[in-house]
Design a protein around this ligand. Structure first.
Ligand SMILES: [Zn+2]
Ligand SMILES: [Zn+2]
Length: 787
């Protein structure tokens, strides 16, 4: 962001026609094999509606003055439902103006409420998953300059005296679920006048609340419903979501009450050409075939787009990846890496920039100006860009790897497309089974709706502590069982038995001196392990407890925010990993042993010799040693570790087949461990296509003979206490999931297994043994019985 404003040619509109097909031909060049599929996404016409007649005239005037001439149909549908007092979820695409739908009733009612004797007859609570998003929403409301609306953000950084003003006077409070949990609910009496007038609760970006985080939000919303009922308020809940499957199912699981949905997007969209791309195979140093890295390939594509003067954003999964993409592109364009940084040399300004996040608002605005003036032609970013910088209206988007979910894929691709102009999106496959599968199976992207988001509000490991917190807010009674669901009774008994709650004739009471919310964080379970600089005692970061043994064991080489640290000692008692800066030139890989026991089978499907099950399990995991490896993969040595086993009570799906059936299908008994292990890895890699999980949320164990089943068993489990709903989703869709898994392995061009099919970056056994052919045979046999 180095050019002074005088150098900007802001406002220059670039209206040269852009032809996605011509650009694609140029990118393909002499390598047609890289382009696997081209899909044309058709245009969508705008559907307008009239402003509702109940909208307050000052609100209407401000909105029209801000440039909104007429609302789109979905915005009015949401506004009407909320105005009628019906809970509703809106699930439409990026930049479809979801917020107007709730702002119309919220601002209208808040304005009307300002005529109440205390000036606060109606209030609204807005919840965003991040502070940045709440700040953006505040900015938006403030710019409308409505005299009766007093909006304020309330988060961890809000000073104490300002907090008091907000509680007593603000009528639109923008905050996050963590603050509701830690501050608003425990101190609800200080919020009495705000809560008494509470008319709306908006839950924005609600697709983010999935898995365990979703279960936490569900519990927080139930606690909120109960507390506001005490103040005789009956707020209407409005949820906004990116495009997901069954948004009303998801939102009603979060809310605990049924609600309506608005899903037909009335905003217009220009046509888009969507290409699926696979990096080429080249020979490595040993002459073995190896794919060009996704980041390198994406960097080359970005540079070629910039050469063609096509404004392009490239999205990578990590910040480090963003740097690689930008550097590859600059190198190819003959720009030095330094030119992309602020304060770089004067003269020709760089055409490619890396967006690293954490920018100040003025820096973000400067970046937007540079893009709009086309001084900047290429940008590389993580999806952090999705929050806070408006880059809409680009010509092309390159996605370096599957962005995690179909919803994010469309969100990122949606960054391309100036009004009325065609655009291009290119998905470059990364080296893992899911990416390989989707680029070879376009129907998995274009022929179906997006994934359903999973959340289990009854997870006892999440709900139990929230019940304790609820009892501290207001004593629990039998009437609350309806709010918190069927697990409430047994969980309250357990809390009483532990001395956390006391049962009295009038209900369940908090029995301790301290505050329950202090023991419970909404993001991640357990005490985090601090990384402490040995020399200074400074805490440089944290690692969550569940992965500490594998990541920061004594001797571990740990990458933290781009810097390399060597752990000198992991102190489990103090939750600290002491570390020194420096790169020893090798990497470390924790080795572990895993076992599981089946606690209770909840459901099972039996087809001939095949049995698929879902239920409660306990997985025991022990990090036993680590390998030191050189960058080329060569192992320097294995070093034992003395760490205690950790056990996880969770939910899992598993399937079994008898040894003789497997032998008849071509999997000999000696090859069984490798076949099951390879099938397990690939199945973990593919599950995120069917449940919106991260690969790291899921674990697996496979064995040629399990004592509980007496058979060869493959088990896939949720990596969170109590489960998170991912394994259950896999069980429900086992046929499609395992068919995709089989395809991902079978269609991979490698000889004996690679990261794109059966090798896993998180394997605790150093990816040994793995049997690619055996895995396909095992899955074929499984699928033959699933029909
Ligand atoms: Zn492979
Ligand atoms: Zn493994």
């Amino acid at each position: 962001m180095n050019a002074p404003p005088a150098l900007l040619d802001a406002g220059v509109e670039h209206d040269r026609a852009f032809d996605p097909q011509a650009l694609l031909d140029r990118l393909v060049g002499d390598h047609p094999e890289r382009l696997l599929h081209v899909h044309e996404v058709p245009a969508r016409p705008a559907q307008f509606a009239e402003w509702p007649d109940w909208v307050d005239p000052t609100v209407l005037g401000a909105l029209v003055g801000s440039g909104i001439e007429r609302p789109w149909r979905h915005q009015v549908e949401v506004a009407e439902a909320a105005h009628r007092g019906e809970h509703v979820v809106v699930s439409t695409g990026t930049a479809s103006g979801k917020s107007l739908g709730y702002l119309l009733p919220v601002l209208t009612d808040v304005t009307g409420g300002s005529r109440a004797p205390n000036g606060r007859g109606a209030t609204a609570l807005y919840l965003a998953p991040t502070k940045a998003l709440a700040a953006d929403q505040l900015d938006r409301i403030t710019r409308l300059a409505l005299p009766a609306v007093r909006p304020a953000t309330y988060d961890g950084d809000t000073p104490t005296d300002e907090r008091r003003w907000i509680r007593d006077h603000a009528n639109v409070v923008l905050t996050n679920p963590d603050l509701v949990h830690h501050s608003l609910l425990p101190g609800h009496d200080r919020w009495a006048s705000f809560l008494r007038a509470l008319r709306y609760v908006v839950v924005d970006e609600c697709h983010v609340y999935k898995g365990v985080f979703g279960a936490h939000l569900a519990a927080v919303l139930r606690r909120l419903r109960r507390v506001v009922a005490r103040y005789r308020a009956t707020p209407t809940f409005v949820f906004a979501s990116a495009t997901v499957a069954d948004p009303s199912v998801h939102a009603s699981r979060l809310l605990g009450m049924p609600l309506g949905s608005v899903t037909e997007d009335g905003s217009p969209r220009a046509p888009m050409t969507f290409a699926l791309w696979e990096p080429p195979l080249v020979a490595d140093q040993q002459g073995q075939p190896k794919r060009v890295s996704t980041l390198t390939e994406a960097g080359h594509l970005l540079a070629q787009c910039v050469e063609a003067d096509v404004q392009t954003a490239t999205f990578a999964r990590s910040r480090a990846g963003v740097e690689v993409v930008a550097n590859v592109a600059r190198e190819r364009l003959g720009e030095s890496p330094a030119e992309g940084r602020s304060g770089g040399p004067r003269g020709r300004s760089p055409r490619v920039s890396a967006y690293r996040g954490g920018y100040l608002p003025e820096e973000r605005r400067e970046l937007e100006r540079a893009l709009r003036s086309r001084r900047l032609v290429g940008i590389a970013a993580t999806n952090a860009l999705e929050l806070g910088v408006d880059v809409s209206g680009l010509d092309a988007v390159v996605l370096a790897g599957w962005p995690g979910t179909l919803a994010s894929l469309w969100q990122q691709a949606g960054r391309a497309g100036r009004t009325g102009h065609r655009s291009l999106a290119v998905l470059v496959a990364a080296d893992d089974p899911l990416d390989t599968f989707v680029v070879h199976h376009p129907e998995s992207i274009f022929g179906r709706g997006v994934e359903a988001t999973v959340v289990d509000p009854d997870n006892p490991h999440v709900l139990g502590p929230h019940l304790a917190a609820a009892a501290a807010e207001l004593p629990l009674t039998v009437a609350d069982f309806d709010v918190f669901g069927p697990q409430t009774g047994p969980l309250l008994d357990a809390l009483v038995a532990k001395g956390i709650l006391k049962k009295r004739p009038r209900g369940w009471f908090w029995a301790r001196e301290d505050r329950p919310a202090d023991h419970l964080s909404l993001r991640g379970a357990g005490e985090p392990v601090h990384i402490v600089e040995t020399r200074t005692g400074r805490v440089v970061g944290t690692v969550d407890e569940a992965s500490a043994h594998a990541q920061v064991h004594t001797g571990a080489v740990h990458l933290h925010q781009g810097q390399t640290w060597v752990v000198t000692e992991l102190d489990l008692e103090d939750n600290a990993a002491f570390a020194v800066r420096g790169d020893p030139g090798w990497t470390t890989h924790a080795q572990s042993v895993s076992e599981f026991s089946i606690v209770r089978e909840l459901e099972a499907v039996e087809r001939g010799p095949l049995r698929c099950s879902f239920g409660h399990v306990t997985v025991t995991h022990q990090v036993v040693s680590f390998l030191r490896r050189l960058p080329g993969g060569e192992v320097l040595g294995e070093h034992p570790l003395d760490l205690p086993p950790r056990s996880l009570a969770t939910k899992a799906m598993w399937w079994t087949l008898p040894v003789d059936s497997l032998a008849a299908a071509g999997v000999a008994e000696v090859d069984l461990p490798g076949a099951a292990h390879a099938a397990e890895h690939a199945a973990i890699g593919m599950l995120p296509l069917f449940a919106t999980a991260d690969r790291w949320d899921i674990g697996g164990v496979s064995t040629a003979l399990h004592p509980d089943t007496g058979l060869p068993t493959v088990l896939i489990y949720d990596g969170h206490p109590g489960g998170a709903g991912f394994a259950e989703r896999g069980f429900r869709r086992v046929r499609e999931w395992l068919r995709a898994t089989r395809e991902a392995i079978a269609s991979c061009e490698c000889a004996a297994g690679c990261p794109a099919c059966i090798q896993s970056p998180k394997c605790g056994n150093g990816n040994e043994p793995l049997d690619k052919v055996g895995a396909v045979a095992l899955l074929d046999l499984t699928l033959s019985h699933l029909g």
